[in-house]
Design a protein around this ligand. Structure first.
Ligand SMILES: [Zn+2]
Length: 400
C-alpha cells in the first residue's frame, strides 16, 4: 500500500469514528414521565425471570411477568411523549373498558409506539378509543400529547401502561434503574422509590441564549452572556465622549448597560460633551479674557478683581490704566510734580512713557533725548518752568 493510499485510508477511518461518536443515535435518550400530574405508580416491571415478581428496587410492587410500568390515571388523561421521536405504530378501535386477557391491540388496546434517536422504543397502552392524535411516521416532541388514557385491551382498570425496549429487536426492559435490574434507567429525573419520575424533558444542547434556561445543558443558566449596549440618542454613540457599554444576562433578563457614556451638557472644556460632533459648541463663544478673568476671580473667591485693575497701573505701563487720568497713591512718588503740571507736554505721546519710566533724578536725560522732537520741546518748556520757579523762589525769599 502506497503512503498516499495509507493516509487516505487512515483519514476515512478517523472520519468514520468521528461520525459515529458524534451521532446523536449513540446518546441515550432519556424521558420525562408521560403524564402531567404525578401518579402513584401501581405496578412496576418484573425483573424476576422465575415465578413471582421483583421490582427494580427489589420490592414487590409488581406482578409476575409484567413488562412495563403502570400509572393509574382517570380516563381521558392526556398521554405525553416522554421524549422526542417518531411514531412507528398506532392502534385504535378497542373498547375503552377492557379486561384481563382482552386480546384487542395485542392486549395493549389502543396504543401509540415511538422510536427514538438512540434506536430505543416506547409504547403507551390502554388508551381511549378515538383519542389518538398522532399518526404513523409523525415526528413528535418531548411532552407532546399523543392521545388520552382509558382501560382498553387487557386491563383491569383505567391506567397507562408505559413500556420501554432498548431496540426494535430487544425484549421489553425495566425503565428504572436499581439494585434488582440490569437496565440503565431511562428517566431524566428518577426519584426515590417508589415515586413517579420527574416531568423535565431531556436537555438537548443548543447555544445558550438569555431565556432563563440551561440551553447548552451544562447545568448553568444564562452563563457568560453579554452584549454591547447604548441607551443614548441614535447617532451619538462613539461621538465625542459618548461610548457604548456592556449588558450581562441574569435569569433570563439583560441587566443595566454598564460602562456606557451618554451625552452630557456641553461645557467649555475642549470636549464634545453632548456628542453632536462639535466641541464646546455655543459655550465658549464669549470674550475669552473676560471669561478667564471672571472665572479666575470667582475661583479665587477673595474679591480681588479690583486688585487686578490696580496691579495694571504700575511703573512701566504704557498709559494710565486705572481710568482716573491722574496720579494716585499707587503711582511712584518720584514723579516730578512740575512735569505733570506742564499740561501741554502730556499730550506728546512720545514723551509720556519715557518720563514715567525714568528713575528720580534722571528725568533730565530722558527729557533731553535727541531721539525725540517732543522731548526736545518738553526740555525747553522744562527750562522755562525751572527758571520761573527759581525766580518766584527768589521773590518769596526776598519778600520773606
Ligand atoms: Zn401494565
Amino acid at each position: 500500500m502506497s503512503r498516499k493510499m495509507y493516509a487516505l485510508g487512515l483519514s476515512l477511518w478517523v472520519a468514520l469514528w468521528a461520525t459515529l461518536i458524534a451521532s446523536p443515535g449513540h446518546a441515550q435518550v432519556r424521558h420525562r414521565r408521560p403524564i402531567g400530574p404525578a401518579p402513584t405508580l401501581s405496578y412496576h416491571f418484573d425483573n424476576n425471570a422465575a415465578a413471582g415478581c421483583r421490582d427494580y428496587s427489589c420490592g414487590s410492587r409488581c406482578y409476575d411477568g409484567h413488562s412495563g410500568t403502570d400509572m393509574p390515571v382517570p380516563v381521558g388523561t392526556a398521554v405525553l411523549a416522554g421524549a422526542a421521536g417518531t411514531v412507528i405504530a398506532t392502534n385504535n378501535g378497542c373498547a375503552n373498558t377492557g379486561y384481563v386477557g382482552n386480546p384487542c391491540g395485542g392486549r395493549c388496546g389502543n396504543y401509540v409506539q415511538l422510536e427514538h434517536s438512540d434506536g430505543s422504543r416506547t409504547i403507551f397502552c390502554h388508551m381511549q378509543l378515538n383519542s389518538i392524535s398522532v399518526s404513523r411516521g409523525q415526528r413528535v416532541t418531548c411532552g407532546q400529547t399523543l392521545g388520552r388514557s382509558a382501560s382498553s385491551g387487557s386491563s383491569s382498570g383505567p391506567h397507562l401502561h408505559f413500556g420501554w425496549r432498548r431496540s426494535a429487536s430487544a425484549a421489553s426492559a425495566d425503565s428504572f434503574r436499581g439494585g434488582c435490574t440490569s437496565a440503565p434507567g431511562v428517566w431524566v429525573d428518577q426519584r426515590p422509590y417508589p415515586a413517579s419520575p420527574g416531568d423535565a424533558c431531556q436537555c438537548v444542547p443548543s447555544p445558550e441564549v438569555c431565556n432563563g434556561r440551561d440551553d447548552d445543558c451544562d447545568g448553568r443558566i444564562d452563563e457568560g452572556l453579554t452584549r454591547n449596549c447604548y441607551t443614548g440618542p441614535a447617532g451619538t454613540n462613539n461621538r465625542g465622549i459618548c461610548r457604548g457599554g456592556t449588558e450581562t444576562c441574569a435569569a433570563g433578563r439583560w441587566g443595566a448597560c454598564a460602562g456606557q457614556v451618554t451625552p452630557r451638557t456641553e461645557t467649555c472644556n475642549r470636549m464634545d460633551d453632548d456628542c453632536d460632533g462639535r466641541v464646546d459648541d455655543g459655550v465658549c463663544a464669549m470674550d475669552a479674557g473676560a471669561v478667564t478673568d471672571a472665572g479666575r476671580d470667582a475661583a479665587r473667591g477673595d474679591g480681588s478683581a479690583g486688585a487686578d485693575a490696580a496691579s495694571a497701573d504700575v511703573v512701566g505701563s504704557d498709559a494710565e490704566s486705572d481710568s482716573d487720568f491722574a496720579d494716585d497713591a499707587s503711582e511712584p512718588s518720584d514723579q516730578d510734580v512740575s512735569l505733570v503740571d506742564l499740561g501741554p507736554v502730556s499730550v506728546d505721546a512720545d514723551v509720556s512713557p519715557d518720563r514715567v519710566d525714568v528713575p528720580s533724578g534722571c528725568a533730565c536725560r530722558a527729557a533731553t533725548s535727541p531721539s525725540s522732537r517732543g522731548a526736545r520741546s518738553g526740555a525747553g518748556l522744562w527750562v522755562l518752568a525751572m527758571a520761573w520757579t527759581a525766580s518766584r523762589a527768589r521773590r518769596r525769599s526776598r519778600n520773606g
